[in-house]
Design a protein around this ligand. Sequence first.
Ligand code: ATP
Length: 787
Amino acid sequence: MGTVNGEYEDFDAGDVGWLCIGPTVKCEEVPLCCCRDGAARLWREGSRGGEVAPVSDNIEHQRCIDLRVVHLLRNVIQEIEHRIGIQADHIRNQNSIIKTREDKYRSKIKALETLVNGTNEENEMAINRLEVVKVEKSKIDEKRKLGEQDMIRLIREKDNAENIIASLHQEMQVMNRMHEQFREQMETKARQMEEHLTLRAKEAEFCLMQSKKKVEEVEATSQLKSQLWSKKANIFQSFMNNQKLSIKDIKISSQSIKQEMYALQMTWRDEISNIGHDLKGLVDAAENYHKVLAENQKLFNEVQELKGNIRVYCRVRPFLPGQDGKLTAIDYIGENGEILIANPSKQGKEGYRMFKFNKVFGTHSSQAEVFSDIQPLIRSVLDGFNVCIFAYGQTGSGKTYTMSGPGTSREDWGVNYRALNDLFDISLSRKNAFSYEVGVQMVEIYNEQPNGLVVPDASLHPVKSTSDVLDLMEIGQSNRAVGSTALNERSSRSHSILTVHVRGLDVKNGSTSRGCLHLIDLAGSERVERSEATGDRLKEAQHINKSLSALGDVIFSLAQKNAHVPYRNSKLTQVLQSSLGGQAKTLMFVQINPDVESYSETISTLKFAERVSGVELGAARSNREGKDIKELLEQVASLKDTIARKDMEIEQLQLLKSKSPNSMTERNGSNLLRQSTSSTGLSSLPVASQQNQQLSGSVEAEAEDNASDDGCSVGETEYSPAGASETSAERAHKAPSRITRFFLTKNGQPSTSRPKPREVVPKTQGSMRPGTAQATGGSLAKPSKRR
Ligand SMILES: Nc1ncnc2c1ncn2[C@@H]1O[C@H](COP(=O)(O)OP(=O)(O)OP(=O)(O)O)[C@@H](O)[C@H]1O
């Protein structure tokens, strides 16, 4: 067994080594292990000559390279060992040669010594020869030494080579291990892949089976279908034949029908043209109908105006932000003033109630729309008519919104501001023919106490423009802010009255006209039970009920044309006396909260409004006077003033006599007049409030009230809430104020043609009755809501 390197033919069975079949072609790193065809051949132990195992992959190839390196290194070591052996043999041979030569020379030396002993000459020769031998010997010694050094160097090289072999061996082992691991990984992967592939193969086989089955099924069904289709084709063919036959028939009959149709078309054309004529007639009639309807409405309004009917406008406020989920009780609003209310607890016809008024404004109606409908009414104030507009409804139904508006911007303006603005505009446009003086007065009635607010002494303030009015309102705001801390709460429980006095002078003929406009924001009309009030609240509610009930009584007594109208049952009716009965034009805004929860309040409000709308006050009359009448009236006024002074003197004298300060109380107490509320529609009014209704003034006072210039009573009567408890002295002190005139000249001074107001120190807020201006406040609106 030997080692074979590269020769193909020269190995025997059992030899171990590497065989390179041919010259290197592919592998450049270890050229000897690669062969001509690019494949390395590993000659394994035990293989016989010519049998070579092909190196099939890189692992084998690497292994082949490693083994080849080991093999080469072994060869190097063997070569070195071989050389060392040769050198050793050589040294040994040299030594033996040297020994033999030594022996030779020793024998020669001995011979020479013997010769020396024989002859000196010979001795000298022998010594010379000895010297030569010694030189040769030293040369040989040097050579031997060099050989030994070579041997040592070769031994070292051998050790180094052995170390390299050992490290290479270790590396080879590491590589082997890595190769082993890699091979194992590859094997496991191969196994997994094999398993996966077998599974897939099985699945594919299964799918194949399935598809085969399906193909069979499809083949079977398609066969059936083709049979069916062929049957159908036969049927269709026969059907087509039949159809062709029938089409022929139809063609024949269609021709006859066409002829008939043509004849029919001709007759229809005639008929349609006839219908067109008829329709045109109908359209004309419909147009006429609308015109007639509008005319009817106009005539109705005119008739109502002539009759002096109280106009009732209903306004439904929208749901407020945050009330989106609420249900409405308003079912329908008609164009001609109808409003249908649905009762949430009743079904069918019974659940609905229809009301009809002059007009109903829905939730989307704007402030401007509302005003445009009442504008003519307001303008008539400039022609000397008294006009009264009041808003009625439960708390939060939008009374203040309608009368004053939610803000001070022009769009928000309510009836109050728009009315004044309009009056100023018109007076300006008529300035060449008429000279107008406008004055406003603001009063709040709270707990049956009318308080002149904003303006000290409840007197009239001349205004020349809308901005004057707005300024006045601001003064009122600030006054109220000082006066009360609970205004917010109070605002819905007091009646707010804005009175606009207009005096017109015809520049050409000197005739005058006096008109008065009352704009009233009433307190909430809800029933006292609902608010479940106690204490002060109960008192307030009773007062509100009392005044509203008195308002109802006045209105219905006017409707029944009673001889006596109970104006003096409340401060409110006293204030409105001239505007409710004195041939004034009256309009009521009935305000509705759409919420179903307010259903019963809504119904009671609407019932009241329905009754009000039927009330005839008599045709309105203008307060126009010629020059003579004017002078006569002024004389009457001056006489009245004298009488009043006399009255005052008499009363002062009576005062001196009287010891009891309650004499007035007794006097007023004797005038107690119980009012029936059965006719007011406010049947829920508590008995207490009904019983407490009193006349706060005397019959004489009523007569005096009616004697005012424009018939507007605000400021002319004593509005003392303590009318019953006021002392005679106080009454005497105030008596002249009853005939105080509101009309002021352009510069705001009282007119000289009229009796001057009493010569007393003008009442300031501080001098007013306790609980009036200082404790309360007033404005065009209920100011607290504007804050
Ligand atoms: N037509 C409307 N459009 C929008 N909001 C309205 C309308 N009417 C009323 N409101 C709003 O409803 C709320 C209540 O209105 P408002 O204060 O005018 O009621 P009110 O009847 O005067 O109440 P009170 O009896 O307390 O004086 C306010 O927030 C007001 O802005």
